[in-house]
Design a protein around this ligand. Structure first.
Ligand code: ADP
Ligand code: MG
Length: 340
């Protein structure tokens, strides 16, 4: 009787481990944009410039004026599970940065041709690290970091085949920057595509940023949301029912500054419009939930786009009430004026 074939267990080479992990983190150029802009913001940047070529497939470059990376740490920045953002489980439970897993740059480098140029704050020179050759050489730039990602998925043609047209990939990249821009009006953003300036949002007030990113109409057709339930705070803007759209594309939800896609938040916001919107009309809103970091788990998925609340009922209720109150306020003010 012959036994079934048995294959030995082997440890996978680092490169392959990274490529497998990259599958979860890097779906398309926009995923790279999101990770690189996250890093720029974590580094305390006040200006972030994104340059794309061919929808980001040929080139994604993200330049910031943040704290930079010291020369001796540059190779570490590209290593899996190497991060400056957490050092312990306790840190993880109260993480205040966008990143903390230390895997984005390693993942991106495994499926592209990646280079980092950085000059750390207080250092006299900049250094360039080429990920594929490991070569480190002097470069010139002001304090801050530029990460250049070329030929995304060139080594993984199967992945490359899933990419859409340049125009579509660019639209997704732009959307990724838009999400960040809505959360950080204090930071200036610029997006270039194929050598042309596509968008430029200067640092300013939250209202100005909303108008810049979503248009003056959004500002005119929305009401301020401002609500607290104990330590939980909900703020932002909710569109009036007339501003509703056919698609759910203008629904921006943030938890402690992180843009998330979360069923609890979407459902809560939607339920505030229950009696105001009919059919498939989709409300528009930009909502920021501020919550004790210990009451929300952001380590649910490598892309960190999903979160888990310790008490989702509490969050649902707060968001629903916040939007309901905001929508009711102007009408009751108008009614009061009429009655007078
Ligand atoms: P994470 O953001 O989860 O720490 P990354 O792979 O995205 O992991 O980045 C690894 C490390 O490289 C970061 O922890 C940070 O120290 C450094 N780094 C990456 N990008 C930048 C940047 N733009 N400015 C300064 N440091 C950066
Ligand atoms: Mg990161």
């Amino acid at each position: 009787l012959s036994s079934p074939p048995r294959r030995p267990i082997r440890e996978l080479p680092d490169e392959l481990v990274s490529q497998i992990a990259a599958g979860e983190v890097v779906e398309r150029p926009a995923s790279v944009v999101r990770e690189l802009v996250d890093n720029a913001l974590d580094a305390g940047a006040s200006q972030v410039t994104v340059r794309l070529q061919a929808g980001g497939v040929r080139l994604i470059s993200v330049e910031d004026d943040g704290a930079g990376i010291a020369r001796e740490e540059l190779p570490l920045a590209l290593k899996r599970h190497a991060t400056s953002k957490i050092g312990s489980l306790a840190d993880l439970e109260s993480v205040g940065t966008m990143g903390f897993r230390g895997e984005a740059l390693a993942a991106i480098a495994s499926v592209s041709d990646l280079g980092v140029v950085s000059r750390a704050h207080g250092q006299p020179a900049a250094w360039l690290l080429d990920a594929s050759s490991g070569e480190l050489r002097p470069a010139a730039r002001a304090t801050g970091t530029t990460v250049e990602v070329k030929e995304l998925f060139f080594s993984t043609p199967a992945r490359r085949k899933f990419l859409k047209t340049d125009a579509t990939e660019f639209a997704h990249c732009l959307e990724a920057v838009r999400r960040h821009a809505l959360a950080r009006p204090d930071v200036g953003f610029a997006v270039w595509h194929d050598g042309r300036l596509s968008e430029q949002w200067r640092a300013g007030s939250a209202e100005q940023r909303l108008a810049d990113v979503l248009g003056e109409d959004f500002l005119a057709q929305s009401v301020a949301v401002e609500y607290s339930a104990g330590p939980l705070r909900v703020r932002g803007r909710a569109g009036i029912p007339d501003a509703a759209r056919a698609r759910a594309d203008w629904q921006y939800a943030y938890v402690n500054g992180r843009c998330v896609r979360d069923k609890v938040l979407t459902h809560a916001a939607r339920s505030a419009y229950e009696d105001l919107l009919h059919g498939h009309r989709q409300p528009v809103y930009v909502l920021h939930v501020e919550i004790d970091p210990a009451r929300v788990d952001v380590n649910v998925h490598p892309t960190k786009i999903e979160v888990r609340f310790r008490d989702s009922r509490e969050v649902h209720q707060a968001v629903r009430h916040a939007v309901e109150y905001a929508l009711a306020a102007p009408r009751s003010a108008a009614a009061a004026a009429e009655a007078a």
